[in-house]
Design a protein around this ligand. Sequence first.
Ligand code: ZN
Length: 373
Amino acid sequence: MRKGVVAMDEYGAIKGVYEETDPAVSDVKIEFYDGVLIPGFVNTHCHIELSHMLGKTKKGTGLPRFLADVMKKRDTKEKDILAKIQAADEMMFKNGIQAVGDHVNTELSAKTKAGSPIKYHTFVEVMAMTKEDIQPRVDKARDIEFYFDANHTSITPHAPYSCSKELFKAFRKLVNEDNILSVHNQESDEENKLYRYRQGEFLDFYKEMGLHADAFKAQARNSIQSYLTHLSKNNPLILVHNTYMSLKDVDFIERLGRDVYFCMCPKSNLFIEGKLPKILNFIPNQNRMVIGTDSLASNDTLDILEELKVISSHYNQLDFLQILPWATINGAEALGLADELGSIEVGKTPGLVLLEGMNNLRLTERVTLKRIV
Ligand SMILES: [Zn+2]
């Protein structure tokens, strides 16, 4: 809307959206902003508890080496981890982020989240590659879940290379139908090699980390086509990364009739693998596209505007109005928060962000952001 007027109360709730000429706003005091007003962003994928790892991992190693690096270096003083979590939360709010889908393995981020103006949905990750591991790992995840906002927490399988078929199947009985799942998917081609041929760098990674790899058998198809059918069709599902997802894989999901959100984390993909997902393959699912920053272990900032700029610069056929919903309302829907935020609509409290330096709605490097509410 050109020269639109947004009315908000003192709590940031939207009271009305008007044309400039609407008599309802002819007599009221209006604050003017020169730029584009948008709702606060939704960061659909983050790991805030890894914020202390900024600058501690090597770029371009590929996923298996990156994971080994994170696992070996993540332990440090709790006080430092907590301070970096708090700083990351403040950074995201300043960067116009209103809601975050955040993966955890510990309860360390609970206090920051409880006191934050940002809405979090916390995903507690479960990994298990042997049958014996399933129950204790699920019990531990349930214990961690208890520390977070009960209405905005769920447990989820971590990734196809860290979960056995039995664990995926166990989720059918473990969780209710409203439990949102968020699975790292095809972030590396090594994951497809593991599932297709039982080969590749993940086998070296398991050996190095002392993990049992017996769960994986050669199945002559990509990971998604093997594990997705084990999960219940009814659980909302976010597939994160999808860097090595083929058009055939996308078709496979569609044929299953499965509702899926595809989360793109472009800066993290460039950092770890030096490659972006084939975003145009997903375009028929426009309203299912969402954006994440991933963690500071594989990104230099937590800033959705920067992620959008990367997408824009690599895919100049995608315009701003097309990708803005990916970073706002679609993410809110994926996280079950669309009643409250994600769009400038009466009754919501979406936050209000001003984009400055835009020319003809083009998302160039010059565009900057200021949080208004
Ligand atoms: Zn992740």
